[in-house]
Design a binder for this molecule. Structure first.
Ligand SMILES: NC(=O)c1ccc[n+]([C@@H]2O[C@H](COP(=O)([O-])OP(=O)(O)OC[C@H]3O[C@@H](n4cnc5c(N)ncnc54)[C@H](OP(=O)(O)O)[C@@H]3O)[C@@H](O)[C@H]2O)c1
Length: 325
């Protein structure tokens, strides 16, 4: 495993992060793995040196955090894991159940710590921007969590660059803790952050930790080969009805397949090597439902793409609407 610092912070993370959205109660998410199903993946993560684990309160409605908490106790040590979780999405209908108000921040961290069975989270991330709460209220409440020792660092996820900049400005101007990471959707099929967010991240030393770096698996298998449980359940649009995939994507997936064949490696390695080569990316967050998914992710660290290969992967891309925020 390779290790890096998250952005320009001192936090040392593995260059591959374990996405824990794949774990949870199957009644909440049909393709999720329960404790037993997830065991080989956690074991392999520990053996491979994948120390950076990402979950969220909303994943399978809290059950992902519960599984992750038990896994830390069974397969590793709390201090050996950089544990990340998130708040924002509705956990219940009450005033502290969603959003980024002071009430929600205080309530949701305690609920996450209880489910995770720990007294601190390394990286506490806002899952989205909350247009209904003043940014100063959120940033001061998050800073208070850091000062209380419940949280070590702060991060954010998927929003417009102006929203992120506004929140960072509030933190800096009041002497509160700023975000060190941005968890954004970034893959060969979702490159809008190259224009929207990455310049700001590079300029301000914030590390990108991309979610769905394999487009949920779409770039890891030949076009149209959607035979897994997750692929069969995958939607065509996000929750606002915006298309997740466009016509030009087939040519990109074909290019991934061709380059993978040339190297004699699985497609996932090529697609992840492409994400990893971007200097603003600290660590992609990989979703694994089988142990070989982590094997491929780790192997991607050693795959170097040529300029011609990069051009072949990038040329078919067409701009599109961002999705999921
Ligand atoms: N902040 C946010 O809003 C947000 C949103 C989404 C996700 N996330 C985070 O990002 C993590 C990763 O998201 P994701 O699961 O969508 O990421 P992903 O890595 O793009 O997709 C993972 C899926 O790709 C397939 N896959 C992975 N490795 C493969 C390989 N070597 N060969 C073939 N197929 C492979 C598997 O699909 P099959 O299971 O179908 O085989 C797997 O479930 C989540 O766990 C979560 O922590 C954050």
């Amino acid at each position: 495993m390779q290790y890096t610092r998250l952005g320009t912070s001192g936090l040392k993370i593995s260059r591959i992060a374990l996405g824990c959205m794949s774990f949870g109660d199957t009644s909440q998410m049909p393709w999720a793995l329960d404790d037993d199903g997830a065991e080989p993946i956690f074991r392999q993560a520990v053996e491979s040196g994948i120390t950076f684990w990402d979950t969220a309160n909303i994943y399978a409605f809290g059950t992902s955090e519960e599984i992750v908490g038990r896994a830390i106790k069974k397969y590793t040590k709390r201090d050996d894991v950089v544990l990340a979780t998130k708040l924002f999405n509705p956990m219940h209908g009450g005033p502290g159940g969603s959003g980024l108000s002071r009430k929600a921040v205080m309530e949701q961290i305690d609920a996450s710590l209880t489910r995770l069975g720990t007294d601190y989270v390394d990286l506490y991330q806002i899952h989205r921007f909350d247009p209904e709460t003043p940014v100063e209220e959120t940033m001061e409440a998050l800073h208070d969590l850091v000062k209380a020792g419940k949280v070590r660092y702060l991060g954010a996820s998927s929003m417009w660059a102006w929203q992120f900049a506004t929140m960072q400005h509030a933190a800096h101007s009041h002497g509160w803790t700023p975000f060190i990471s941005m968890q954004d959707q970034y893959s060969l099929l979702a490159r809008e952050e190259e224009r929207e967010m990455f310049g700001l991240l590079a300029h301000s030393g914030v590390g990108s930790i991309p979610w769905s770096p394999l487009a949920g698996g779409r770039v890891a298998r030949p076009w149209g080969q959607d035979s897994t449980v997750r692929a069969k359940a995958a939607p065509d649009t996000d929750y606002l009805g915006r298309p997740l995939f466009v016509d030009t994507d087939e040519a990109i997936v074909d290019a991934v397949q061709k380059i993978a064949d040339t190297h004699g490696v699985p497609m996932a390695q090529v697609a992840l090597a492409w994400v990893l080569k971007n200097p603003v990316v600290s660590a992609p967050i990989v979703g694994a439902t089988k142990t070989r998914h982590l094997t491929d992710a780790v192997a991607a660290l050693d795959l170097t793409l040529t300029e011609d290969e990069i051009a072949a992967l990038e040329d078919p891309y067409t701009p599109r609407l961002p999705t999921y925020f």
